[in-house]
Design a protein around this ligand. Structure first.
Ligand SMILES: [Zn+2]
Length: 122
């Protein structure tokens, strides 16, 4: 079992996540390229509880805006000069939309929940 530490949609650190499976026929980088799909060694998407609830509710604008907000915090756009912050936010938005588009195209079946031991228990 692979431990996911970061939500694949918003990049928030998580100890629990929902897993969304991807098409089982895509198991190599070559197959993914042929089918024009995103390749990842662990093909399932790990999704935090907030993103999962937004996905289940079909709240796509909220899902995108939440992911942009989390990633702007990670990047630290609020500490940047205004022009630089705007450029970074546009880059973050473009990346979020690209990743979310792949998620919606690839997810299959019913998501399943996993809980991972916290690093504090080791
Ligand atoms: Zn998330």
């Amino acid at each position: 079992m692979t431990r996911h530490l970061v939500c694949d949609l918003c990049c928030a650190e998580v100890d629990t996540c929902w897993n969304y499976t991807t098409p089982s026929e895509v198991r190599t980088p070559e197959e993914a390229e042929q089918k024009n799909l995103f390749w990842c060694e662990d093909p399932d998407w790990a999704v935090c509880s907030l993103c999962h609830s937004l996905v289940q509710a079909g709240s796509l604008p909220d899902l995108v805006e939440n992911s942009i907000a989390v990633q702007c915090l990670i990047v630290g756009t609020s500490r940047l000069p205004l022009q630089h912050a705007r450029r970074e936010r546009r880059t973050v938005r473009a990346n979020v939309i690209r990743v979310h588009t792949m998620f919606w195209e690839q997810r299959r079946g019913v998501p399943y929940f996993e809980q991972y031991p916290t690093t504090h228990n080791k």
